[in-house]
Design a protein. Sequence first.
Lengths: 255, 294
Amino acid sequence: MLGIPPFYNQTIRRVMVAFGTMFKDTVVIKYDANTRAELGRSTVPIEYAGKETYIQRLDGDPTLQKGVQIVLPRMSFELLGMKRDENRQTSSYNKLTLCQTAGSNAISSFSPGMPYDLNIQLNLYVRNQEDGLQVIEQILPFFTPDYTLNLKYLSCDGGCTVSEDLPFVLENINYSNNYEGPGGSVRYINWSLDFIAKTWFYGPLSSGSVIKTVDVNINDIDSGNTQATIIITPNPPTANATDDYGFTTIIKEFA
Amino acid sequence: MALGAMMTISQYFNPYNDEAIKKLYKSLIDQCINMFGVETTYIARDSQSHVDLFFGDDPTKVFSNVYPIVVMIENVDQFDGGDLFTKFGYTVSKSVSLLLGTENFQEGTANNVGPRPREGDLVWLQPFQALYEIKYVNQDKFFYAFGNKNFYGWSLSCEEFRYNNENITTGIPDVDGKVNQIMIAYQAQMANGNGSYSIGEAVYQGTSYTDATSTAVVISWDLPTANLVLGQTVGVFIANTNVIGLESNAVFTLQSINVLDNVHDGLDNNEQIRQEADVFLNFNEDNPFGNPTE
């Protein structure tokens, strides 16, 4: 596109996985109603919704003898959409640089990211009210209204990364308990939580040489003649960006 | 002839008071069900604590009392409903209608369940190797053929069970085997030890089973690889601590257990998320304003 070699930073995938990691170890405990002693516990399975149907079929019931409808409780999440966030937009002229690639004179740079808000929905399906309430009450206190992770968006060949805070903002909570209906109806309890992930989209990394020599000519404004030249180089000249180095300054004056 | 005399019910054709006709009708129903029915297992619901009357459910329900009954499947050629692909994965949303005779039910359950089948109880359909939950007991199936107080049978509206990791221990190998294939279970890697765990036995960590800090049930055990799969876990299993078999007295040291990977769930992503996120989630606590020691 635009004559630029193809690139793919896996930003959306990383944001979605980062989202999932917040809920991957949610546990539901069964308590004795009288003594509050624990009677059992299980990690709530979570999956990205919207898998290929053949994957769902083959992995969900590989022998075609599942024998039950579904195993609950269960969570899923999915990307619903995204929108550019103009409030976080910065100037596109600010070129940012990463570290120098080890053993070479190259340095990576990139343009500022485009800020986008990703709409992500977390869904919860439970059989019992207590199960749902346990999950919800484990989630809510940590979103004030956001919970922030730090995500590595880009990595250069030298090992440096572009890491940015990634706030997940809890926007809405919807609860549905469908229990009305004729004889033979069953109760379905679903929760859905709407989040916004404040993410960035970066273009490709570009690579260039490190500037190691700076020549400054000082000219007479009237005659235009060069009065002096200042040459600045790193000391030692072989220093890399991450080394401990100084500068050598040579000033040549002309009569 | 007086009008009142014409309105009386014939004493020769009054089915509501004829016990012989009622008995015949009942026998015909039971006979039909016995002829065309299938042997099934009625699994009664119980509770580890009690039903939550506030929210109206029971997260601690268990199923262990089983009774043989015969039901006739009303569906002619297929189940109602079908399979669904939902945001929660693949769902087997099949339902079936079963005819159950009163006498068969009372004899089969030995009057331990109550006067009628209960919604929320399970039926194990042996031919289909599946657990069905009774959603609704229709008492009007035979439309009170001989009066309101005479039940001849029920029509049970059932759907495949929405399993909530309940403890289902029936002693029937097919049922328990099925439950062992679907229950939430985690793989544990054991280190040194002695003995050998038995499938289905309780294991624990702690000084004794009654004072255990964690318990579980053995779903599978492979001695050569020391892989132990545990279900019905209670508490947290700690690594580098012995896991003791209650019946076998086997003792092995727990090396690790992965509670993010339910070995019976092919669609969950918990463990995959953990592995993938480790690559790009940054947990370094760098000071963004520089290092104060420099």
